[in-house]
Design a protein around this ligand. Structure first.
Ligand SMILES: NC(=O)c1ccc[n+]([C@@H]2O[C@H](COP(=O)([O-])OP(=O)(O)OC[C@H]3O[C@@H](n4cnc5c(N)ncnc54)[C@H](O)[C@@H]3O)[C@@H](O)[C@H]2O)c1
Length: 264
């Protein structure tokens, strides 16, 4: 049976203390990769790093990183490159979603923040990783986009715009560096009940006078062909596949992990 073996590889995960980020870090560590876990929330990253290193015995370390600040991105990537003697895999997991509002109602402050984190933050991390990957003519980048980037929706307008941009960025960067040993792919998760959803579900359950479970069914489960929400491990499994040699002929693609919510 084929197994994914990432031992000897160094992975850098942004948003690694978030719910999906932790799932990704777990899957990478389970496949033997050493992992640099970066996040705005250093305390949570440290807690998770301790748990995961005890479980899988790989080298793993937490770093504070705000991906929207260019100097911080450059200096933290340099520190990680030094600590781990290289960066082989970058997973862009950090992301921001504002409270669901349509485009007209969303302030420019929030619109700019969403663009700064989801588009420019992801882009700056790609550039910083390429600084270390291009000289070796080798590297794998996996961007966490979203099915929201496959089709705009009224209530998540800014978020959809930025995730569509991440899908396009994945194609552009993959195309530019395909002959230099760099593969760039994306994963588009569907509905996963993480921190990102909690406030929205709480707010709408009050408005609809329904339980959080009933509200989650209306907001998420009813849109999924399988009727089943995804979990963080589903995303982690897709990431390790795309980062592995099993995907050596796959680049510029974004894979929907959404139980058939979107078919494009
Ligand atoms: N939950 C879902 O249903 C879903 C669906 C599709 C895509 N996604 C994407 O998955 C990724 C993870 O989201 P999640 O659901 O686990 O949410 P989450 O809120 O649990 O995780 C997001 C993480 O990103 C970090 N972060 C936010 N801004 C940052 C910044 N400027 N610099 C560094 N880190 C920052 C947060 O601290 C947090 O740890 C995001 O990119 C999100 O857009 C989530």
């Amino acid at each position: 049976m084929k197994q994914i073996d990432l031992s000897g590889q160094v992975a850098l995960v942004t948003g690694g203390a978030g719910d999906i980020g932790i799932g990704i870090v777990m899957c990478l560590a389970e496949c033997g990769a050493d992992v640099a876990v970066t996040d705005l929330n250093l305390e949570m990253a440290k807690v998770k790093v301790k748990e995961i290193s005890e479980k899988y015995g790989v080298k793993i370390k937490a770093y504070k990183l705000d991906i929207s600040i260019e100097e911080e991105v450059k200096s933290v990537f340099a520190e990680i490159n030094k600590d781990f003697s290289g960066i082989d895999i970058l997973v862009n997991g950090a992301g921001f979603a504002s409270e669901g509002k349509n485009y007209y109602e969303t302030s420019m402050e929030i619109a700019r923040k969403t663009v700064d984190i989801n588009i420019h933050g992801t882009g700056m991390c790609i550039k910083a990783a390429l600084d270390y990957m291009l000289p070796k003519q080798s590297g794998k980048i996996v961007n966490i986009a979203s099915i929201a980037g496959r089709c705009g929706t009224a209530g998540t307008a800014n978020y959809s715009i930025t995730k569509a941009a991440v899908i396009a960025m994945t194609q552009s960067v993959a195309n530019a560096h395909a002959k230099e040993g760099i593969r760039v792919n994306g994963v588009c998760p569907g509905y996963i009940f993480t921190n990102m959803w909690k406030h929205g579900v709480e707010k709408y359950s009050k408005m609809l006078n329904k339980t959080p479970e009933e509200t989650w069914k209306i907001m998420a489960l009813d849109h999924i062909a399988t009727g089943r929400a995804q979990d963080v491990e589903d995303v982690g499994n897709a990431v390790v596949f795309l980062a592995s040699d099993l995907a050596k002929n796959i680049t510029g693609q974004s894979l929907n992990v959404c139980g058939g919510t979107k078919f494009n």
